[in-house]
Design a protein around this ligand. Structure first.
Ligand SMILES: Cc1cc2nc3c(=O)[nH]c(=O)nc-3n(C[C@H](O)[C@H](O)[C@H](O)COP(=O)(O)O)c2cc1C
Length: 317
């Protein structure tokens, strides 16, 4: 994989980013991805085993995890500045990122001019991933000074976009209309899907699910084994807040799916899903009764657990 605008902007070897994935990320994973030539992101609950007790606790825990990354690698890494639906945390996160000199931040589509100006002044690179890809917001991100735009197709794991536009189709609306380098997210898990992303106009790939099935990821070994033995056809898709979610068929996911099929409200399904805690139980603790296992359609291409280096080399060479 040759140098391109993304490797140059981020000062990395390969245009691959290990996406933020809540409880699944920690300093070790992020530093290992950095050493393998990509760029890793911490995420809400990075490195934690318990839920935070207060907003101050959220910030302190993230500060600690950022410092752990810096102790493990001198290569760049990233952190999202939106860690929860409690937006009162955002100014504190912005201050934390600037104080800790985090090299790259993620804007999950807030598009706030003041925040962009602060990061730009601090020399921090800004990646914008729109939760619902659309051209007006992409152009706004460009105008505000984002460095990279990530477009997400419906094949992804985690919280899905509102529109069911597949990863194969999502870039077409933006190609030739946005000057920013674009990365594709959703279902990228092997060399062929990376090639497809580049053919479709992406200059980099934003990969979540495939990094869960790596030796260095803190996911339960039970989760990794289940991923290896499953395909996209096994996943349950259900409505929840804000939009859609998919999971391997744990008891909890089956309940959410049945509620979704029988027309329960998104709010009621979200209560049962118990987002933050449900992921910790299912994915960190391997409790398939009370938790869910969020992965994307890319699992069909995952046939064994690899090291991060093996995965990065396979996807990029
Ligand atoms: C278990 C899991 C947790 C995620 N948590 C977050 C998150 O906290 N913040 C975020 O911006 N995206 C989150 N995502 C989405 C990823 O950043 C990324 O967009 C997605 O994983 C890409 O699709 P893929 O899983 O098909 O590779 C999560 C995805 C997964 C699978």
């Amino acid at each position: 994989m040759k140098n391109n605008r993304i490797t140059q902007l981020l000062n990395i070897k390969y245009p691959i980013i290990q996406a933020p994935m809540s409880w699944m990320t920690d300093a070790k994973l992020v530093a290992t991805v950095a050493e393998a030539g990509g760029l890793g992101f911490l995420a809400p609950h990075a490195g934690q085993t318990t839920n935070p007790t207060s907003n101050e606790d959220v910030i302190e825990r993230m500060r600690d995890e950022i410092r752990k990354v810096k102790a493990l690698t001198d290569k760049p890494f990233g952190v999202p500045f939106i860690l929860s639906y409690d937006f009162s945390l955002i100014p504190h996160m912005v201050d934390l990122m600037i104080a800790e000199r985090v090299p790259v931040v993620l804007d999950n589509g807030l598009l706030d001019p003041e925040i962009y100006a602060k990061f730009k002044q601090a020399g921090i690179k800004i990646i914008c991933r729109l939760p619902n890809p659309n051209l007006p917001d992409a152009l706004k991100a460009q105008e505000l000074g984002a460095d990279i735009l990530v477009l997400t197709g419906f094949d992804e794991g985690g919280t899905l976009p509102m529109k069911e536009t597949g990863s194969f189709s999502v870039l077409a609306e933006f190609a030739g209309k946005v000057d920013l380098p674009m990365m594709l997210a959703g279902g990228i898990a092997d060399r062929k899907t990376v090639q497809a992303a580049f053919t479709l106009g992406a200059e980099g790939v934003w990969v979540g699910t495939a990094f869960i099935a790596t030796a260095e990821c803190r996911a339960s070994e039970k989760v990794k084994e289940w991923m290896v033995n499953s395909t996209a056809n096994d996943l349950l898709l259900f409505r929840t807040e804000p939009y859609y979610y998919r999971s391997l068929p744990t008891a909890l996911a089956k309940k959410c799916w049945e509620m979704s099929e029988s027309g329960a409200s998104r709010a009621d399904i979200a209560k049962v899903m118990n987002a933050g805690t449900g992921m910790r139980l299912g994915m960190l603790e391997g409790d398939f009764e009370h938790g869910y296992v969020s992965v994307g359609n890319g699992i069909s291409a995952i046939d064994r657990v690899k090291s991060v280096k093996e995965l990065v080399d396979e996807l990029m060479n």
